[in-house]
Ligand binder design. Sequence first.
Ligand code: GLU
Length: 429
Amino acid sequence: MVSSLQSAPAPTRQADPPDLFRVAVEQFELAADILGLEDSMRQILTHCQREITVNFPVEMDDGSVQVFTGHRVQHNNGPGPTKGGIRYHQNVTLSEVKALAMLMTWKCAVVGLPYGGAKGGVTVNPKMLSQNELQNLTRRYVSDISPFIGPNQDIPAPDMNTNAQTMAWIMDTYSMNAGYSVPGVVTGKPLTLGGSEGRAEATGSGVVFAIEEAARAIGLNLEGATAAVQGFGNVGSVAALEMAKRGSKVVGISDWKGGVYNPAGLDVAALKEHTEATGSVTDFPGTDAISNDELLELPCDILIPAAIECQIHAGNAPRIQATIVAEGANGPTMPEADEILFDRGILVLPDIFCNAGGVTVSYFEWVQSLQWFPWSLEEVNSRLQQIMQKSFAAIYATAGEHQINMRTAALVKAIDRVADFTRLRGIFP
Ligand code: GLU
């Protein structure tokens, strides 16, 4: 039986989403051309080392059994253990997980972490499952991929629709099988279980550290600047709050259900309370209702797509009005749109740099877990800010040097680094 839990309606996304792995390879080739990368290296780096697919049964609350499909893909382990989140979504496909695993390799390389990239996903609409069913699903999926994960091998983390509780179940399942506690097997854990201060907010905070650097580079004052945010989850809500803290006016915010707009600026903290109470940003008093598509085209200085892939495409890129597009989400901009935005002089902060705050603080958490020695929030945030500053400067300089967009520049830096590891290590046997 094909489960209705796996075929619920998709959130807003361009009709017929493209093959995401093909898009990732297309972006790779642009940077590889600039580097003059040899064919053998292109072949190695455009393949994922391991693609694991598991079909596993889960006992549901009504006593029935449903079989779900999940994946864990490890793109490249040259720089170190592989690292990347696990997502639960009805649209998860192997192609998407492969693309995201590859992006994780570049993301870790761009910010200089000792990791290769991985990603996991289960094809399920988690909104249709109870907590108990979610726990059963998580524990069985992790049991099935457990020979391939571990603190020195592959370290999962939260992604779309997974959170600290999911990570706690993963840590416990892995530890029960090992016979002792292994906090280093997963990051994004609750604080009590060895999670890091600042991890939950890290992706959103990192996005705003990135925006600060970009604004400084182009002479835009964040105080009084306007911003629109697509997505009000873990990334979008923190980014919106941080922008407001810096004196920016957040004029539009949307989520899976729709969006709200107020040109005078939204009270982001109050909107967060409204969302917690009602489940969505929609119907927030004193605002105009807008669609997700309209949000992307709002007049504003900074646009933060922080929801899902394929949001900015050839169809709407000519109408984007922002000066800076800061990619909180993974893969929100299609290659054709990248070209249009670059030609129009819009500065795109690419996902592999802009949202790298999450995996960066995951790295801090992993180090703390391996050493059983927690850091303070101040230490986490100041190290995160330093890494975002240094990475921005390097990517911006590369973009200027080759007259290329920031995505290709970030990929040039990342691919060069991973290729170096590959060359130095050589091919075994
Ligand atoms: N899922 C997040 C990402 O896409 C975080 C990954 C991690 O912390 O390992 O970057």
